[in-house]
Design a protein around this ligand. Structure first.
Ligand code: PGA
Length: 264
């Protein structure tokens, strides 16, 4: 069975003090959530601070992007090795804000995905359709194109180690969440696609997260879908209680007999 992954994308939020406090609060309470993997992704400049706070615990650390080159004259960019050096084990790639605000292409995401694996970082590769694409009935086509473009060239072993996040663009930061059926339909299609491109065993191993306005009150239903293996959480990951309430939904689903926190 795939272990659920609950990942917090802090985006361009927090400062050194609040980042450390948020990480501390999550880490202190994490022992109750052993049935899920917890991951936090702060801004680059707080990775080391957060890494120090998380040291010795089980909460994982990730970054929100990286460049595909190992080093050199790439002003403003950061490499996979640098992220590892700061304590990161994961990296979010191809987030819709990078694709749509910063013009990142599937090809760029693909280079980053390969470079992340080469450096030993686990990539969380995001895909998702625009509202106009959904309304035009193009969701499956867009997701398949992004999958093939962003994840080209991976061996079955590296594919199995990759995390995919389905994040409908219209649901990110908008409070409009996909229905559990809408999420499951895309997740199941992604798994079918992995089976087509690789094989059923590989498809069975890949964790596919849902992202887009995941909150404590909708997490259980989303995470209850058979092909939804966790959540990539933006806004609600900035409050430890909300993030952990979402993790609690995942924990219950994973069948662990844990005490549900008061706020969940
Ligand atoms: P949101 O963001 O939870 O604030 O909608 C999700 C994301 O962008 O990963």
């Amino acid at each position: 069975m795939r272990k659920p992954l609950i990942a917090g994308n802090w985006k361009m939020n927090t400062d050194s003090q609040s980042a450390a406090a948020l990480a501390r609060s999550i880490s202190d309470q994490s022992p109750g959530y052993g049935a899920v993997d917890l991951l936090v992704c702060p801004p680059y400049c707080y990775l080391k601070t957060v890494s120090a706070v998380l040291a010795g615990g089980t909460v994982l650390l990730g970054a929100q992007d990286m460049f595909h080159e190992a080093n050199g004259a790439f002003t403003g960019e950061i490499s996979a090795a640098m992220l590892k050096d700061c304590g990161a084990t994961h990296v979010i790639l191809g987030h819709s804000e990078r694709r749509h605000i910063l013009g990142e292409t599937d090809q760029a995401v693909n280079k980053k995905t390969l470079a992340a694996h080469q450096a030993g970082l686990i990539p969380i590769v995001c895909v998702g359709e625009l509202l106009s694409e959904r309304e035009a009935g193009q969701t499956a086509q867009v997701i398949r194109r992004q999958f093939d473009g962003s994840l080209a060239g991976l061996s079955a072993e590296l594919m199995a180690a990759t995390v995919i996040a389905y994040e409908p663009v219209w649901a990110i930061g908008t409070g409009k969440v996909a229905t559990p059926q809408q999420a499951e339909e895309v997740h199941a299609d992604l798994r079918k696609l992995i089976a087509e491109r690789y094989n059923a065993a590989t498809a069975d191993r890949v964790r596919i997260l849902y992202g887009g306005s995941v909150k404590p009150d909708n997490a259980a239903e989303l995470l209850g879908q058979s092909d939804v293996d966790g959540a990539l959480v933006g806004g609600a990951s900035l409050k430890a209680d909300d993030f952990l309430a979402i993790a609690a939904a995942g924990t219950l689903l994973a069948g662990d007999d844990v005490t549900r926190p008061q706020n969940a």
